[in-house]
Design a binder for this molecule. Sequence first.
Ligand code: MN
Length: 262
Amino acid sequence: MARPSILVSNDDGIHAEGLHALEAALREFADVVTVAPESEQSAASHALSLARPLRLRRAGENRWAVDGTPADCVYVALHHPTLLPRKPDLVVSGINHGPNLGSDVFYSGTVAAAREGTLRGVDALAVSLAQGGKRDEAAALAVRVAQQILKTGKTPRPRQLFSLNIPAGTVRGLRATSLGVRLYEDLVDLRTDPRGRQYLWIGGPVVSHTAVEGTDTAAQESGYASLTPLSIDLYAPNGSPLATAIARTARRGPTRTRRIAR
Ligand code: MN
C-alpha cells in the first residue's frame, strides 16, 4: 500500500523543536512535506498576506519556509504547482509550544494552519503541547491519532478539523472533548518609553478554566490529552430568530422612519 502523503506546518516557525519532533515521527510511516513560517507566528490566527509578496526558501529535503503566516504556508503548499507530489491525505500542524484550549482556537496560528487544510478539502489535525510537556510522547500520540484519521478518511465522509492537546506530566489517556472556556486575566499594560511616549502590551499571563465535564480544559487539568473536533461553519442557528428580528427593524433605516409622518 502506498504511504500516505502528509503536509506539515506550524506557527512557531521552521526552526521550532516541536515541528522537528512532529516531522520525524510522521516520516516513520508517511511521505512528509513541511511548509512552515520563516519566523514565529503564534496568535497570527488565520491571516493571509495579500498585500505583499511572499518568499519561499528551501530549508532542507522536503522542507520549505515561507516568510508569511501559518495559513499562507498551507495555502502556498496546496496551490503551488510543484511543492507537493499530490494532494495530501492529511495536514498536521504543530507541535505547538503551549496549549490551544477553548477560545484559544480563534487566535491560534497552529489551529489556523490546520483549518486552512480543511477549508481546502483535506482532513487536518492541530497538535499542541502544554509548556513543560514531553515532546516525543506528544509526537507519538499525534502519530496514532493521525493514523486513525487517515484510516477513517478512506471511506467517504465530510473532511474534519481536529485539535489535539497534550498536557504536561504523565498523560493518563486520550479523550474526545468539546471546547472549554478559557478565562484570561485580560489586560492592557500601559508603559512609558525612555522618550516619554506611551506604549502598551496586551494579553495577561494568568489563565483559569471553568470546570465543565467533557471539555478540553477539564481533560487537560486532570492529566488527559484531548481530541476536539472543530467546525468550519461558524453559523449559529440559535441566533437566527434574533438576527431575523434585528434585520426586520434595521432594514427600514433610522433616517427614513423619522421622516415618515405617522
Ligand atoms: Mn505557537
